[in-house]
Design a protein around this ligand. Structure first.
Ligand code: FPP
Length: 236
C-alpha cells in the first residue's frame, strides 16, 4: 500500500436513503451505519492509520423529527457503552467534539466516562463529532480566546488560535471521505480541512466497506500534496 494518511475523517451520509430503497425505516440505516463504524475502525487500525474522526450528528440534525433524534441519541449511547471494552483492550483514545452540553445527560455521562478512561492511550485515536458545526466551533473558540486576558490579538498565530478549537490536540485530517454522492463539507472541520484531500463516493454509508475504504486510501496515495508550496518538479 502506498502513502497512508495519518488522520482520516468521515462524513457518513446516506443512511436514510439506504433504508428507503430497501423499504426499511430510516433507523435501520442508522443501526447498520453504526456497525460500519466498527468495521472501518478495524480496517483503519490494520492499515496504519492513527486517527479516525466520524461526523455522527451535526448541530443542524437536531431539527430532524424528534423520534429520529432520540433514536440516534440512544444509538450513540449504546454504541459507546457496548464498544468501550474493545476501546480499552485496543488502547484507543476516545474524544468527542461539538457542543456536548446540549446532548441528553446520559449520553454526556457515557462520553465523559470514555474520554476520562482512555486519556492514557495513544495506539489509535477515535473522535466522534456530535452536535458539531464548524461555524459554531469558531464562535465558541473566539469566545474563549477573548476570555483569555494574556492573548495579544496583534500577534495571534494559527498555532495559537487552534488551541481554542475542539480539535486542539488532533492533527488536521489528511483525507476526508464523504459517502452517498454529495460533494460538499457541510460545515464539518472547515478550518482543519484547509489542506485535506477530499474523496467522494456514491456508496451509501451502510454499504461502505473495506474494498471502498482501501480504494479511497489508494487514491489518497496518488494525490500530490503541495500544501501551498511549489512542487519540487516544477523547480527542476
Ligand atoms: C447521515 O445520513 C447520517 C446521520 C445523520 C447519522 C450518522 C450516524 C450513524 C452512521 C450511526 C452511528 C454512528 C456512530 C458513531 C455510533 P442521513 O440520515 O442524512 O441519510 P440521508 O441523507 O440518506 O437521509
Amino acid at each position: 500500500m502506498s502513502r497512508i494518511p495519518v488522520h482520516v475523517a468521515f462524513i457518513m451520509d446516506g443512511n436514510g436513503r439506504w433504508a428507503q430503497v430497501r423499504g426499511l425505516p430510516r433507523h435501520e440505516g442508522h443501526r447498520r451505519g453504526a456497525a460500519v463504524v466498527k468495521k472501518i475502525l478495524r480496517i483503519a487500525e490494520k492499515n496504519g492509520i492513527k486517527y479516525a474522526t466520524f461526523f455522527a450528528f451535526s448541530s443542524e440534525n437536531f431539527s430532524r423529527p424528534e423520534s429520529e433524534v432520540s433514536f440516534l441519541m440512544n444509538l450513540f449511547e449504546r454504541f459507546l457503552k457496548k464498544y468501550s471494552k474493545t476501546l480499552w483492550e485496543k488502547e484507543v483514545r476516545f474524544r468527542a467534539i461539538g457542543n456536548l452540553s446540549q446532548l441528553p445527560i446520559n449520553l454526556q455521562f457515557a462520553i465523559e466516562k470514555l474520554i476520562q478512561s482512555t486519556t492514557c492511550f495513544d495506539k489509535f485515536h477515535l473522535t466522534i463529532a456530535l452536535n458539531y458545526g464548524a461555524r459554531s466551533e469558531v464562535i465558541h473558540a473566539i469566545g474563549n480566546l477573548l476570555k483569555n486576558e494574556n492573548v495579544s490579538v496583534e500577534n495571534l498565530t494559527w498555532e495559537d488560535f487552534k488551541q481554542y478549537l475542539y480539535t486542539k490536540d488532533l492533527p488536521d485530517p489528511d483525507l476526508i471521505i464523504r459517502t452517498s454522492g454529495e460533494q460538499r463539507l457541510s460545515n464539518f472541520l472547515l478550518l482543519q480541512s484547509a489542506y485535506a484531500e477530499l474523496y467522494f463516493t456514491k456508496t451509501y454509508w451502510p454499504d461502505f466497506n473495506e474494498k471502498e475504504f482501501l480504494l479511497a486510501i489508494e487514491d489518497y496515495g496518488t494525490r500530490e500534496r503541495r500544501m501551498g508550496k511549489i512542487n519540487d518538479k516544477t523547480n527542476d
